[in-house]
Design a protein around this ligand. Structure first.
Ligand code: HEM
Length: 345
């Protein structure tokens, strides 16, 4: 019973976290440079995004409270009152410290977005990115000895990429619904933004896979663990479903590149995107179950790593640094480009 409650709570938390990250990232990616002729659209996006982020943050706070209740139940000592236990958990454990710090940054983001709307977006982005480090610092990634810098950075990047990719997609679908509800005579927003989304997903999805492979190589001691341990079997199922989600995403991207969405078949594209989001939710549910188990790679005191896992880790680490360097160069290029544009304006 406790496993079900913990898994459902963690699933709800991951779902909302990925969505809020998606809303935040989409302003910097999908909706960053809206055509100057589309002033009405620009104003619409700028009025809807802060409201979506605020609602998401309220739900995120609620999910954090549920996580706290679960943690408190696990921590419970029946010989002392609840309040004493809660105080001990919050004041004297690193989990409690992280939980309070995370709630504080979400509260800051909420206040700034409420007071300043779109002009507080940069500050809210930093707060939300910091808050999204909670799963890494409070979970299995933080329990790895020796390689904790790698497991923590891989896990943080994994969560951010899930938000950048699937969260932005969910955000686009929701914004499109709002748009059509408000302006029923206007066309869907999907054809305007889907090509951009498809280009950005070519960065987010590989980052998600590479960081996932690095984490896998840290939490397992050999490829056999994928079949012969409870943790490995759930992870294996998650990888299969993640591959299906990515396959669907790739298919949608190919269709977009071939101009499929311009031929008017938006209904089919939307239904494919909805399928992608539904299966991604099952991936998140499996992740929520996964984090309840114990990674077999951690139980081995000296962590005897199989040669194949060693190779996977080496390739993963190489790609990991490659992707980080590539992303930094890309961000620098965008920064330079924007500088030269504003100079010429
Ligand atoms: C649709 C794709 C995916 C999504 C949305 C996703 C999402 C997530 C999330 C939200 C976490 C939680 C982080 C935490 O609690 O610290 C996580 C953890 C993890 N993911 Fe993924 N992931 C995806 C694909 C993958 C893939 C392809 C792999 C492996 C190749 C992978 C391997 C892992 C591992 C090993 C963990 C750590 C679990 C633990 O802490 O025990 N993920 N994932």
């Amino acid at each position: 019973m406790a496993l079900i409650v913990d898994s459902v709570t963690s699933w709800f938390y991951f779902l909302v976290l990925v969505f809020v990250l998606g809303v935040i990232f989409s302003k910097w990616t999908l909706f960053s440079r809206i055509n100057q002729d589309e002033v009405f659209l620009d104003e619409f996006i700028d009025s809807v995004l802060p409201r979506l982020a605020i609602r998401g943050l309220v739900l995120l706070t609620l999910s954090m409270l549920l996580l706290f209740l679960n943690q408190l139940t696990a921590f419970r000592d029946i010989f002392v009152p609840w309040r004493t236990d809660a105080w001990l958990l919050l004041r004297h454990t690193s989990w409690g410290f992280l939980w309070v710090a995370t709630l504080a940054v979400y509260a800051l983001a909420l206040v700034v977005l409420n007071l300043r709307g779109m002009s507080g977006w940069s500050f809210a982005t930093v707060c939300i990115l910091l808050g999204a480090m909670f799963p890494a610092f409070s979970g299995h990634a933080s329990a790895v000895e020796g390689l904790s810098w790698l497991s923590l950075s891989a896990d943080v990047l994994h969560v951010w990429s899930a938000g950048g990719w699937l969260g932005s997609l969910a955000c686009l679908i929701i914004i499109d619904r709002y748009w059509q509800r408000r302006n029923s005579e206007r066309k869907s927003l999907i054809p305007i933004f889907i090509s951009r989304f498809s280009s950005y997903s070519m960065v987010w999805a590989p980052m998600l896979v590479i960081s996932g492979v690095v984490s896998t190589s840290i939490h397992l001691s050999g490829v056999d663990d994928l079949l012969y341990s409870d943790y490995g079997r759930v992870l294996f199922l998650k990888i299969i479903l993640a591959v299906i989600v990515m396959g669907l995403g790739l298919l949608n991207s190919i269709n977009v590149r071939m101009g499929f969405h311009e031929c008017g078949d938006i209904g089919r594209l939307k239904s494919n995107i909805t399928k992608e989001i539904w299966i991604a939710q099952i991936v998140l549910l499996l992740t929520a179950i996964l984090i309840q188990g114990s990674p077999p790679g951690h139980q081995d005191a000296e962590h005897h790593l199989g040669i194949e896992m060693f190779l996977v880790r080496m390739v993963g680490i190489g790609m990991f640094f490659y992707v980080i360097a590539f992303t930094l160069i890309l961000l620098f290029a965008i920064y330079l480009l924007q500088g030269s544009k504003s100079g010429s304006d």
